[in-house]
Design a protein around this ligand. Structure first.
Ligand SMILES: Nc1ncnc2c1ncn2[C@@H]1O[C@H](COP(=O)(O)OP(=O)(O)OP(=O)(O)O)[C@@H](O)[C@H]1O
Ligand SMILES: [Mg+2]
Length: 247
């Protein structure tokens, strides 16, 4: 149980990459300078436990950015309008069973199928706010028996790397006070505790820009805080290449 998070004993803290394929590109590589003529948008992920306020804040942030004259779009994962997304919707509603490994790959595929349009928008200067991303994917599957974080990360390696990951922190008690757990799969407190542990494990990765947010504040206070961090990030990254996640 204690070792569930890791596939095997930690690797000897090597400086070498997993597959040795490091050709040294380190970023979106071939996207090329041409596509980067103007300022790019930022990729901002909202993560956190259930009912922390991700969707509320995602909507508010995009509205506020647009009102401030920025180009911004909201995306939520799973994105249920595609064929894969509909299958995931049925799975989450408990209407369909899918084997655990297979469903993990489908959640990842649901992100990958949006990558071309995400990249296009980002390079056109549109800031994307994503309500859950690969981190939720990894945290949820690795909270299941017999899954490890390393395996869970593989299919999402190379996704557009968020410039900012806002982790909305809320105690299980406060989350519970925001209403009963819904009827969707995974919505029970024991499982959520395991998910949280997996999130904390992922946050140890210092190559990612995690920002912890105290989600117990009012919607308005949180919004102001999130908007200010988001705007700062948008300025910081506008002339930087988009990265690749976990590469
Ligand atoms: N800061 C807040 N204070 C109090 N209630 C809040 C706050 N933010 C959101 N809520 C309420 O909590 C509930 C959950 O919010 P929301 O749907 O935004 O959370 P979520 O993180 O997207 O949840 P889920 O993981 O289930 O999608 C809603 O009823 C919302 O109105
Ligand atoms: Mg939500």
């Amino acid at each position: 149980m204690a070792a569930a998070i890791l596939c095997r004993p930690p690797r000897p803290a090597a400086g070498t990459r997993r597959d040795g394929a490091g050709t040294g590109t380190g970023d979106g590589g071939g996207r090329g300078a041409g596509a980067m003529a103007g300022a790019r948008g930022a990729l901002i992920a909202l993560e956190g436990v259930d009912r922390a306020g991700k969707s509320t804040q995602g909507r508010r942030l995009v509205e506020a950015l647009r009102a401030g004259g920025h180009r911004a779009d909201l995306l939520r994962f799973p994105e249920r309008t595609t064929e894969i997304g509909r299958l995931l919707g049925a799975y989450l509603a408990g209407e369909k069973d899918v084997e655990d490994h297979a469903v993990h790959l489908l959640f990842s595929a649901n992100r990958w199928e949006h990558v071309p349009s995400m990249k296009e928008k980002l390079h056109q200067g549109v800031t994307l706010v994503v309500d859950r991303y690969a981190f939720s994917g990894v945290a949820f599957t690795s909270a299941k028996e017999n899954f490890c974080v390393d395996w869970c990360k593989q299919p999402d390696i190379g996704l557009p790397k968020p410039d900012l990951i806002l982790f909305l922190q809320l105690s299980p008690e406060e989350a519970a006070a925001r209403g009963d757990f819904g009827s969707e799969r995974y919505e029970n407190s024991l499982f959520q505790e395991k998910v949280l542990k997996s999130f904390y494990h992922l946050m140890k990765d210092k190559t990612l820009n995690w920002k912890m947010i105290d989600a117990s504040k009012s919607i308005e206070d949180l919004h102001r805080e999130i908007k200010s961090i988001a705007e700062e990030t948008m300025l910081e990254v506008q002339n930087k290449p988009l990265g690749e996640l976990w590469k």
